[in-house]
Write a protein that binds this ligand. Structure first.
Ligand code: PLP
Length: 438
């Protein structure tokens, strides 16, 4: 039978426009998606994406490990598995969490397809449309996208240099209650927040948990970066301080590799049961081969030493970025000093707009993520997130140099004309995740 040549469907016409579920209105593409396509060209230094640099993984050793896996356990590894995740991996996950002080039983762990799916399942089991999620501001763009897709209202809670502000959390929770709304949980990234890089010290964690208990608020602790502490020992996880009030999300994406899509949720028993039901309805079971692969990696390789090697590499990149910012950025620009993770959060001088500036930066062959992506309410126009995880230190330095020239130029124009030249000033907080923008 000869079939006609496939042609690409005309994507301008959508015959189903009146048929979509209302929740699709909460799924928004990023306003800067088109620019990111350009930003991925080799001549552009991209400080935008959050891709881990996994080039130093021992590929030969991994090839041997995975060959052995297929030969000895291939039949189980390629079969359907448990909706909760493979018992062997759940035991390993408990060992990993112990590094941040978490004492947990494998039975309380649910494996997910990355912590992104963990966010999805947690929101699915707790939130009805219109429910409120309290989220530190700024917050991870992918979480905001998930919350939007479940038609939740995100109420932001202010951070200072030590993370979420406890009094602001109390106020937000009480204001919600007074308005007759249900705040289902607090979403926080206590270690090296994406996008700001801010770390919550231990005292702050205690204070926040005290407020959460006082107002009866569940805490969702999202912790993909906790073991990428570049300057000090890991701070005990919030879950290690309270095993009733906290649901903990973890991931192998940053400490091993994101392509396996293996993350997890640690939750009190009743919540865990709901999570497994939600997981079964979403995917039947998390990816089984990936779970076996991650388990074999943890069993056969020196993964702790690999994390130390990753940290040495990220530390050099972080230092290159902070040095270059200090050397090149004009006065009036400020930035965070992350002690770990992947990101630096920059605040531009008054009057500048990072979203409006992005096309000019890309023309100058450097890209970043505008701050508005990390707020559900359109704030963040004076901010940008710079990632130091992927480019080499030399490229980071060059990228920051180019960016500083653009900022300088914008600043001079602003000083000369005093105009708001942004057509999108304070507009459209783009919260939808875009490829390579995590
Ligand atoms: C704070 C945060 N949470 C969750 C994720 C999702 O990670 P993954 O699904 O790869 O585990 C990311 C990815 O960048 C992140 O930064």
């Amino acid at each position: 039978m000869s079939l006609p040549e496939p042609t690409r469907q005309d994507t301008r016409l959508d015959r189903y426009v009146s048929s979509y579920a209302e929740r699709t209105n909460g799924m928004r593409a990023s306003a800067v998606r088109a620019l990111f396509a350009v930003a991925n060209r080799p001549e552009v230094v991209s400080l935008a994406g959050g891709m881990p640099n996994i080039a130093d993984l021992p590929l030969d050793a991994l090839a041997d490990t995975f060959k052995e896996l297929v030969l000895t356990k291939g039949i189980q590894a390629m079969q359907y598995g448990s909706g909760q995740g493979e018992p062997m991996l759940r035991e390993h996950i408990c060992e990993v969490m112990a590094l941040e002080g978490v004492v947990a039983h494998p039975d309380d762990v649910t494996v997910t397809a990355g912590s992104q799916q963990a966010l999805d399942l947690v929101t699915r089991i707790f939130c009805d449309p219109g429910d409120v999620i309290l989220a530190e501001a700024p917050s991870y763009v992918g979480a905001l996208g998930t919350f939007g897709s479940y038609q939740c209202e995100v109420v932001h809670v202010a951070m200072d240099e030590d993370g979420l502000v406890p009094s602001a959390l109390r106020e937000a929770a009480l204001a919600c209650r007074a308005a007759g709304k249900k705040a289902k949980f607090l979403y926080t990234i206590p270690n090296f927040n994406n996008p700001s890089g801010i770390l919550q010290p231990i005292e702050r964690r205690h204070e926040l948990l005290a407020v959460a208990r006082e107002v009866g608020l569940l805490v969702v602790e999202d912790n993909p970066y906790g073991l990428l502490n570049l300057d000090t020992d890991p701070v005990p996880a919030m879950r290690s301080l309270d095993d009733e009030q906290v649901i903990y999300l973890g991931s192998f994406s940053k400490t091993f590799a994101p392509g396996f899509r293996v993350g997890w949720v640690l939750a009190p028993h009743a919540v865990r049961e709901k999570l497994v039901l939600a997981q079964e309805s979403a995917t039947l079971c998390p990816p089984v081969f990936s779970q076996y692969a991650v388990s074999s990696y943890l069993e056969t390789q020196d993964w702790r030493r690999q994390i130390v090697a990753f940290k040495d590499m990220y530390r050099a990149r972080r230092d290159a970025m902070l040095d270059a910012l200090a050397e090149y950025m004009p006065e009036g620009t400020t930035w965070t000093q992350p002690a770990g993770g992947f990101f630096v959060w920059v605040t531009l001088p008054e009057g500048l707009d990072s979203q409006a500036m992005l096309p000019r930066a890309v023309t100058a062959r450097v890209a970043y993520t505008p701050g508005t992506a990390f707020y559900a309410d359109g704030l963040g126009s004076r901010n940008m997130r710079l990632s130091f995880c992927f480019p080499t230190p030399e490229r980071i330095r060059e990228g920051v140099r180019r960016l500083a020239q653009v900022v300088n130029h914008e600043f001079e124009l602003h000083q000369t004309f005093g105009l708001d030249r942004s057509p999108m000033h304070h507009g459209g907080g783009a919260v939808g995740p875009v490829p390579d923008q995590n």
